[in-house]
Design a protein around this ligand. Structure first.
Ligand SMILES: [Zn+2]
Ligand SMILES: [Zn+2]
Length: 259
């Protein structure tokens, strides 16, 4: 399959609280380094003709403004946790300018969550001005949005099934702490892999930095970026230096080109 060159923008790289965390005075939360300021985790995937956002975080509106996103073709969801869906209402702005419903791609579990949390947007009689959403159910079957081909990858977030996505040579996985071998096979061959890495200490539903590094090494991916980062992972410039060759901490605003 022919894949178009893609531009990936990290719109947010922080865990559910964001960094700084409200009320925290630790060295990371008070850092003046812009790379230590992390909105909630999301990326923008762009080809020459198609623009997709993965997840609508509580920071979605500001992320669109900050990255100057003025055209959006679709939203792709990983899972229904609040830090990945809360900003969905703000796709209204795109409804106004694009004069059409926003296609939103979600698996069954996420669809359930969206119907519950945003019931007013899916009601029969809708209040004028609520978001206009076009729900597109997805399974593990590959699909396309515009000229971008997408292969869903099933990963585990404690007991919750979460979707990662492979876009040609680029794979994006957030909110996982376990990936079955059969799904790892789908990732193999990616030139660039993004994985969540919360902190160094164990966590019940997220990869630690050590586990994320091991996973990348097992995949033999030449380049990797870690995201969904907690303030407990330390200062960006310090932790970045501890990583093996080819591996980096992502930061908000980072742009990566893949082809
Ligand atoms: Zn999350
Ligand atoms: Zn989550």
């Amino acid at each position: 399959m022919q894949h178009p060159p893609l531009k990936i923008t990290f719109l947010g790289t922080g865990t559910s609280t964001g960094i700084p965390m409200i009320g925290c005075h630790c060295a990371v939360c008070t850092s003046t380094d812009g790379r230590d300021k992390r909105l909630r985790t999301s990326i923008l995937v762009e080809s020459a003709t198609t623009t997709i956002v993965v997840d609508t975080t509580p920071d979605f509106r500001y992320q669109m403004l900050r990255a100057k996103v003025e055209k959006l073709d679709a939203v792709l969801f990983t899972h229904p946790h609040k830090d990945h869906i809360a900003g969905l209402d703000d796709v209204r702005a795109f409804n106004f300018f694009q004069h059409r419903a926003m296609p939103i791609y979600a698996n069954d579990l996420t669809t359930e969550g969206l119907l519950r949390e945003f019931g007013y947007a899916f009601a029969q009689k809708r209040y004028p001005g609520v978001p206009n959403l076009d729900l597109k159910p997805i399974t593990l079957e590959p699909f396309a949005i515009g000229d971008i081909f997408i292969t869903p990858i099933l990963v585990w977030h404690l007991k919750m099934p979460v979707f990662g996505f492979r876009f040609g040579p680029f794979t994006y996985i957030t909110d996982a702490n376990r990936i079955d071998d059969s799904e790892l096979d789908k990732i193999r061959g990616s030139k660039t892999v993004v994985l969540n890495a919360l902190r160094k200490e164990d966590h019940i539903s997220h990869f630690t930095l050590g586990e994320a590094i091991k996973t990348v090494q097992g995949l033999a991916a030449p380049t990797a970026y870690f995201t969904h980062i907690s303030h407990q992972l330390g200062l960006h410039h310090v932790t970045e230096k501890e990583l093996p060759a080819g591996m980096h901490l992502a930061y908000d605003g980072l742009v990566v080109h893949v082809a």
